[in-house]
Design a protein. Structure first.
Length: 247
């Protein structure tokens, strides 16, 4: 069974292990999602960690950024590395030109809904080579839309991306999915995080709201009527984590 990552740096380590295991288990289209504020600003630092992880196993890694500016900045900041760094193409350069036969695994840093067509094309061009989407934001309704074309895109591509790692803090707990374990709801207690339930599918929307009400209602108040002092929450560790990544 999973242990709960009570800091976000622990979550990153857990996510790295989950991504490695999922790919080793045959999942070639995977994503790591850390649903916390401002995490997209740290996509470069996270991409470096994951790239070094897979490069250390001898894989020929290619890190891809959404645009040439982000790619150039990463090259400058990282210096010489045992993996390739590029972008996902532009209106002047197709994504086909960014892929080489010797590439063995692709790590895509924080692709947005603007790049969803190129992300889908990459998954097709990669064939049986793994593609890891790192903190993707591919499903922005304002960009992708809600009509037939958007629904077809989700059915054809987005819904087929395997969530090997997902962490989303909630007001009184968190959603965690860490391959190969199922989706889990953890509740925050005075003594730490406690596994409340496991699910076969991702909890969302009204179903999630009802589930959290059912799980937390018995603990809405202490028997003596006094509220207890909560431990430092996962969100409370966020700024420390982001600061550490920025160094």
């Amino acid at each position: 069974m999973n242990t709960f990552p009570e800091t976000l740096d622990a979550a990153v380590e857990q996510a790295k292990e989950a991504a490695q295991t999922a790919i080793a288990d045959g999942y070639n289209l995977v994503q790591v999602e850390l649903v916390v504020p401002e995490i997209a600003l740290q996509s470069e630092a996270l991409a470096l960690e994951f790239a070094q992880l897979f490069a250390a196993t001898g894989s020929r890694v290619k890190v891809m950024f959404p645009d040439t500016g982000a790619s150039a900045l990463a090259k400058r900041n990282w210096g010489e590395q045992p993996f390739a760094v590029t972008d996902m193409g532009s209106r002047f350069t197709s994504i086909e030109t960014q892929i080489a036969e010797e590439d063995e695994i692709f790590i895509v840093a924080c692709p947005s809904a603007v790049e969803v067509d190129r992300a889908e094309k990459l998954s097709q061009l990669a064939g049986d080579r793994p593609v890891l989407f790192l903190i993707p934001q591919l499903e922005d309704v304002a960009v992708v839309g809600i009509g037939l074309a958007a629904r077809q895109l989700r059915d054809r591509f987005i819904k087929n991306i395997y969530s090997c790692y997902y962490l989303r803090p909630l007001e009184e707990g968190a959603i965690l999915r860490c391959h190969p374990s199922p989706w889990q709801i953890w509740l925050e207690r005075d003594s730490g995080y406690e596994l409340a339930t496991e699910l076969t599918t991702k909890p969302m929307g009204e179903d999630l709201e009802r589930l959290m009400i059912d799980l937390t209602n018995p603990q809405t108040a202490n028997s003596d009527g006094k509220s207890s002092k909560k431990k430092v929450s996962l969100l409370g560790n966020l700024q420390k984590f982001l600061n550490a990544l920025s160094q």
